[in-house]
Design a protein around this ligand. Structure first.
Ligand SMILES: [Zn+2]
Length: 242
């Protein structure tokens, strides 16, 4: 049993180191994820704005073409005006001219409206593009940071994981399960030494003197009755001033 308890102590040490590496990465993975979402959102907006701009442009081109045709028709009517034979014909052609003029005027009003809309949209696109490049830069920075940090700790993490796997394989599954359960419940601290004056190294409550002696023998696995952690004997911890 002593050996098993020693493996548990080792496992706890390895797990604490792994936790420290995780803490070193901190919030970075989350930040990268959020910024990626932001970039995608800006890109979608930008795409929609560009499609809208194209639509405005197409409509304007079409209207300009129509106006050109109408102006030619107006000119033809104007020429006809010199060839009319009577008042009735004159009135009829004049009415056609008025009607064409009105249509041209309506289309020109819409063209002016479209020019304004295009200008506004181009401003929005410019600010979206600015935003896109800013968010993209921030994302690249954070990705760089994360990569650097991962690179620094990669080797260490790999060797810790290998060590952890070895220990986990050696431990009886039932004991490993108990350890894992306490580890998860107690924020990563499952195995604690008995401290000076017979205190639990996890919750610092007094342990019964008889129990301290039993733990010292390392013949069985004892859990602290207050915090539920696995108690082990460590000469150094037991003598250290708190
Ligand atoms: Zn305790």
């Amino acid at each position: 049993m002593k050996e098993v308890l020693e493996w548990l102590v080792e496992l706890q040490k390895v797990d604490l180191q792994l936790k420290q590496l995780e803490a070193l990465r901190g919030d970075l993975p989350h930040q990268v994820e959020m910024l990626t979402q932001d970039v995608n959102q800006v890109k979608t907006t930008l795409q929609e704005q560009k499609i809208q701009l194209q639509d405005f442009h197409k409509e304007k081109d079409m209207l300009e073409l129509e106006v050109k045709e109408l102006e030619e028709r107006q000119k033809k009517y104007q020429d006809q005006l010199y060839q009319v034979k009577n008042n009735r014909e004159y009135d009829a052609v004049s009415m056609e001219i008025e009607s064409v003029k009105e249509t041209i005027s309506n289309k020109e009003t819409r063209i002016i409206e479209l020019i304004t809309l295009e200008e506004e949209l181009q401003k929005s696109i410019a600010s979206s593009e600015e935003e896109e490049s800013q968010v993209q830069n921030r994302l690249s920075d954070k990705e760089g940071d994360l990569k650097k940090r991962l690179g620094q700790t990669e080797k260490q993490e790999k060797s810790l994981r290998t060590e952890r796997d070895k220990l986990a394989k050696k431990l009886p599954p039932r004991i490993l399960g108990t350890y894992q359960r306490i580890f998860n419940a107690k924020n990563g601290l499952a195995v604690v030494p008995v401290m000076r004056h017979g205190l639990c190294g996890g919750c610092f409550k007094n342990l019964p003197p008889q129990r301290v002696l039993e733990i010292r023998e390392m013949k069985r696995m004892y859990l602290c009755e207050v915090c539920g952690r696995i108690l082990v004997w460590d000469e150094e911890a037991a003598n250290q001033e708190v």
